[in-house]
Design a protein around this ligand. Structure first.
Ligand SMILES: C[S@@+](CC[C@H](N)C(=O)[O-])C[C@H]1O[C@@H](n2cnc3c(N)ncnc32)[C@H](O)[C@@H]1O
Length: 271
């Protein structure tokens, strides 16, 4: 017997086959038919049961046979349990669909922002490990009042380390891609630092005349394009550290190889 169920509307969903099997399983068991009936059918069944018992009682003048009561009370108990599990299953399937859609949307949005960042900056967001930042911090050897810039500051991890290591100096992060910039905002919203500033900008449009220390982790062609800007704007003695990609035409004053899962090389320059 195929009967209507108020939650039939989701049975078309792909992946609801488990639910469909459950429903078929329910239907083939005669003692649980009632759980899939419409409210009207259920009322009708209940009424029919009462009439049957009354008529049995009337005809014989004795109470209805005990097995009728037991059948009805047993079916009611099972009915409740099965209703409960059927609705729980429907609820869980729906919740799973909503969750999967949300995960899909988040991943899609994340990939969209990543691709946008790479297309506009030509340098992917690749955060540097903490032990390399610690080495950068050591090589910078900053003092009170110094101005540090991270050009392409990613998620803000470098300015966060430098800002907390040198509370009397200033750290500025310049980032153009929306995703890492949003991560930076979340980082400093959770743990604000008074001496740290973030700019949502292209670093080639940021004046660097007040910089005393600069760090960057970019690509060779981008590093090369920055050299004329540095030579034109940086004051004498400004220290620049480039991670992994050196200037082709300028000699570093120091080169440090930082071991780890991925080896990184820090090139230290003085302008
Ligand atoms: C390899 S990641 C380095 C992130 C961070 N400095 C670190 O070391 O963890 C390079 C970052 O530079 C950013 N970037 C590239 N070109 C940029 C530009 N012209 N202006 C601002 N940010 C830029 C990219 O969006 C990316 O997040």
């Amino acid at each position: 017997m195929l009967v209507a169920h108020p939650c039939d509307f989701i049975l078309w969903c792909p992946g609801a086959s488990a639910l469909r099997r459950l429903r078929v399983g329910l239907e083939v068991r005669s003692d649980v038919f009632v759980c899939l009936e419409s409210a009207r059918d259920k009322a009708k069944t209940a009424r029919a049961g009462t009439e049957a018992r009354e008529s049995t009682s009337d005809r014989s003048g004795v109470p209805p046979p005990a097995h009728l009561d037991s059948i009805y009370s047993l079916s009611a108990g099972k009915k409740d349990t099965i209703y409960y599990f059927a609705h729980m299953t429907l609820f869980l399937v729906l919740a799973l669909y909503v969750l999967l859609i949300l995960i899909w949307l988040v991943c899609f949005f994340f990939l969209l922002l990543m691709s946008y960042g790479i297309v506009t900056t030509k340098v992917p967001y690749v955060p540097i490990p903490q032990h390399v930042i610690d080495e950068v911090k050591r090589l910078l050897a900053m003092k009170a009042g110094d101005q540090f810039y991270d050009l392409g500051s990613g998620d803000g991890r470098v300015i966060a380390t430098i800002g907390s290591a040198y509370p009397d100096a200033f750290a500025t992060g310049v980032e153009k891609a929306p995703l890492p910039y949003t991560l930076t905002q979340i980082r400093f919203w959770r743990k604000p630092l008074k001496n740290v500033k973030t700019l949502f900008k292209n670093f080639s449009r940021v004046p660097l005349s007040n910089a005393t220390h600069i760090y960057m982790y970019l690509f060779p062609e981008v590093v090369e394009k920055l050299l004329p800007k540095f030579e034109a704007e940086l004051k004498k003695g400004t220290r620049v550290i480039s991670c992994d990609f050196p200037f082709k035409t300028k000699e570093p004053i120091e080169t440090v190889v930082v071991a780890g899962r991925h080896k990184h090389t820090l090139y230290v320059y003085e302008f």
